[in-house]
Design a protein around this ligand. Structure first.
Ligand SMILES: *[C@@H]1O[C@H](CO)[C@@H](O)[C@H](O)[C@H]1NC(C)=O
Ligand SMILES: *[C@@H]1O[C@H](CO)[C@@H](O)[C@H](O)[C@H]1NC(C)=O
Ligand SMILES: *[C@@H]1O[C@H](CO)[C@@H](O)[C@H](O)[C@H]1NC(C)=O
Ligand SMILES: *[C@@H]1O[C@H](CO)[C@@H](O)[C@H](O)[C@H]1NC(C)=O
Ligand SMILES: *[C@@H]1O[C@H](CO)[C@@H](O)[C@H](O)[C@H]1NC(C)=O
Ligand SMILES: [Ca+2]
Ligand SMILES: [Ca+2]
Length: 374
């Protein structure tokens, strides 16, 4: 009593690392005066059967299992006990699962409490993680839309797989590119999953890559990366009065909102806080009606026919964004809320980098609502 269960978990963990390995079940006894603390040893994940065989229970003692220090342990265990009998057993009701006990570092713990005195008898078992999960990619297909030509070192897309196993020895993921016709142009960073360009390939065709994620024991999953190369001159840029993180998080909904509003397919090229895609070095920000502190995020995209592959000319898209402003705004506000405003930004000709011209603005008025008046 009194001592926090976490304290004895730590103490006992240290103790039993010395050399205290049993095979289960372990025979234990109960002490209703001062309590006992017994490390039961280590067992493989998936173990099913008896864990703790309690003997020599003083007659008339009433015992109850207690899972307060590990509520998630209760799902695995049952306590088989009859008050008039001097033996009791703690056994699994479902095979042990290391993945379900990651919060406790793979330690299963419980105690048996003497009802009359409230004294606890702690037990802990370390679950050895097995490699029973393969990595799984978050997406079966990644699409990387890239404008212009590719050059050495350019990032293409970052893929991500997750391995549900509890320990690094079983869940560490290594990414690799499977050999295809185009794989010599690209590489994947083994630990991060960042796909990038390795050879200065210049203008290349649209290509499909296969990336594999493997755990340290060879369990693996594969995903497809489609690299779509577009012409820079077709890229449309809009700016939104939103934080970049918000736009990145909602980029799929935003793409779908633009598709509904415009009636074309939308391929997002980039979401950035600078007007990155066209890489203008001498960009001058024009703060129109928005205050200097208004967040501003640039979204570049290319529109294509919904049922075909033809690219819609940039000027056509820009015109529609201005003409159908009300419609586009309504769709975008569904995603970002009623404060969303956008501007169509034009970079002018690529050959003469110049000051961006705001073609139109959909912020005719800013209504300042005083917080005090609400
Ligand atoms: C209690 O456990 C002991 C040791 O395992 C065993 O010899 C005895 O038969 C058991 N008694 C009962 C009632 O199960
Ligand atoms: C890539 O595919 C898109 C859509 O199919 C097409 O419009 C574009 O021209 C292709 N790019 C290249 C470099 O072939
Ligand atoms: C990937 O997993 C499959 C079984 O799903 C196996 O046959 C193959 O050898 C593994 N590949 C590698 C490179 O480990
Ligand atoms: C974007 O999503 C991540 C993860 O879901 C979250 O941590 C982050 O706060 C989100 N950012 C914004 C600006 O909503
Ligand atoms: C495009 O295809 C969809 C179904 O795939 C169809 O409903 C729609 O009418 C088509 N649009 C055009 C312009 O052909
Ligand atoms: Ca694994
Ligand atoms: Ca496991």
């Amino acid at each position: 009593m009194g001592t926090s269960p976490y304290v004895w978990i730590v103490i006992l963990s240290a103790w039993w690392f010395t050399d205290f390995i049993h095979s289960l079940p372990v025979e234990t006894t109960i002490d209703c005066t001062t309590g006992t603390t017994v490390p039961l040893g280590e067992v493989d994940e998936k173990y099913a059967g008896d864990i703790d065989s309690i003997i020599s229970i003083p007659s008339g003692t009433e015992l109850t299992p207690d899972f307060t220090q590990c509520p998630q342990c209760e799902q695995f265990l049952e306590f088989v006990y009859v008050v008039s009998i001097t033996n009791a057993t703690v056994k699994t009701k479902t095979p042990l699962d290391a993945e379900a006990l990651t919060e406790t570092g793979g330690i299963l713990s419980y105690s048996i409490t003497c009802t009359s005195t409230g004294v606890t008898n702690g037990r802990i078992v370390r679950i050895r993680d097995l490699n029973d999960n393969a990595p799984i990619f978050e997406k079966a297909e990644y699409i990387a839309n890239i404008a212009g030509t590719l050059s050495e070192g350019d990032d293409v897309v970052q893929v991500k797989a997750v391995d549900a196993d509890a320990s690094p020895i079983n869940n560490r993921i290594t990414y690799s590119l499977l050999a295809t016709e185009s794989s010599a142009t690209f590489a994947v960073e083994p630990s991060s999953g960042q796909v990038y360009v390795v050879s200065a390939a210049g203008q290349i065709e649209n290509v499909t890559l296969q990336v594999m994620a493997s755990d340290p024991h060879g369990l693996n999953d594969t995903t497809t990366v489609k690299v779509m190369i577009w012409e820079s001159r077709d890229v449309v840029v809009i700016s939104l009065n939103q934080e970049i993180g918000t736009v990145q998080n909602k980029s799929l909904e935003m793409k779908e909102a633009l598709e509904r509003a415009l009636g074309w397919s939308v391929n997002i090229i980039s979401v950035s806080s600078s007007r990155g895609v066209l890489a203008l070095s001498r960009t001058i920000e024009i703060h129109t009606l928005q205050g200097k502190n208004t967040p501003r995020t640039y979204v570049s995209f290319i529109a294509t026919e919904t049922n075909g592959t033809n690219v819609i000319p940039k000027e056509t898209v820009q015109t529609k964004l201005l003409d159908d402003e009300e419609n586009v705004l309504a769709e975008m506000q569904q995603v970002f809320g009623p404060s969303l405003r956008y501007e169509v930004v034009d970079d002018g000709s690529l050959s003469t980098p110049n000051i961006p011209i705001i073609l139109g603005t959909v912020i005719p008025v800013i209504i300042i609502v005083s917080a005090i008046s609400i």
